[in-house]
Design a protein. Structure first.
Length: 220
DNA sequence: AAAACGGGGGC
DNA sequence: GCCCCAGTTTT
């Protein structure tokens, strides 16, 4: 029942928004010249936090052109890295996290990105959303990436009733077939950016409006 | 629970 | 100029 609802919503949104992935190779966050492997996706996803695609991409491009391995980044100068990633915002915070992150990868993980959620969460600036993106997009592991859009829309539409993004993650996993978890991010995030905007939802042009409990605009 | 981190784009 | 924004960490 609930499962049927979310699948139907994903089907409709996929027609509306077409193909597109976040933040793998075909997204704006990681340019086409970089392999969407765990290392590149991890760094690009950290850069993407609270940042639009285009700015994330400018930052990741200039960063990877200068440093393209965990080893080189682990010994990089934080101020120089901060300058390179400036377009993504939070430059010092992100630069410090990236350098520290790569230090941990080199020292404790053989310069590889660990696959387990538990180990990923020990890395600086890696929370549940970032860890899920790395696993889902770079490792082929089914994972639900809950950002603010997914959290907001899932509750607005009455798919879940949750207070925290973590609760939303588990709730969505419970009502969605595993093979469609990746569609949640592809389509719900895009929907949140283009139609179901945080403050002014454009309910008039929403393709899943009839299934939404939270229709704004007094359109009921 | 709330503040802090920040540059870029829309208006 | 002012407001908003694909999180995570710290207080």
């Amino acid at each position: 029942m609930a499962e049927k609802d979310i699948c139907e919503i994903l089907d409709i949104l996929s027609e509306r928004h077409g193909q597109g992935a976040y933040p793998g190779r075909s997204s704006e966050g990681l340019g086409p010249e970089w392999e969407p492997d765990p290392f590149h996706v991890l760094i690009a996803t950290i850069l993407s936090q609270r940042t639009r695609d285009e700015n994330t991409r400018r930052a990741s491009d200039s960063l990877f052109r200068r440093y393209d391995s965990p080893e080189s980044l682990a010994e990089a100068d934080v101020d120089e890295v901060a300058e390179l990633v400036r377009p993504a915002g939070f430059p010092r915070q992100k630069a410090r996290a990236i350098v520290d992150c790569c230090g941990v990868l080199v020292r404790d993980h053989g310069s590889r990105v660990p696959e387990s959620l538990e180990e990923l969460l020990t890395l600086p600036m890696v929370g549940r959303k970032t860890a899920a993106c790395v696993r889902a997009y770079a490792m082929g592991i089914p994972a639900v990436c809950v950002d603010t859009h997914v959290h907001r829309i899932s509750n607005l539409m009455g798919l879940v009733s949750t207070r925290t993004p973590e609760e939303t993650e588990y709730a969505l996993m419970g009502i969605t077939p595993r093979e469609r978890w990746s569609d949640i991010n592809r389509y719900l995030v895009r929907h949140g950016q283009t139609v179901c905007l945080p403050n002014r939802p454009r309910c008039g042009e929403c393709p899943v409006r009839k299934m939404c409990d939270g229709r704004a605009d007094g359109d009921r």
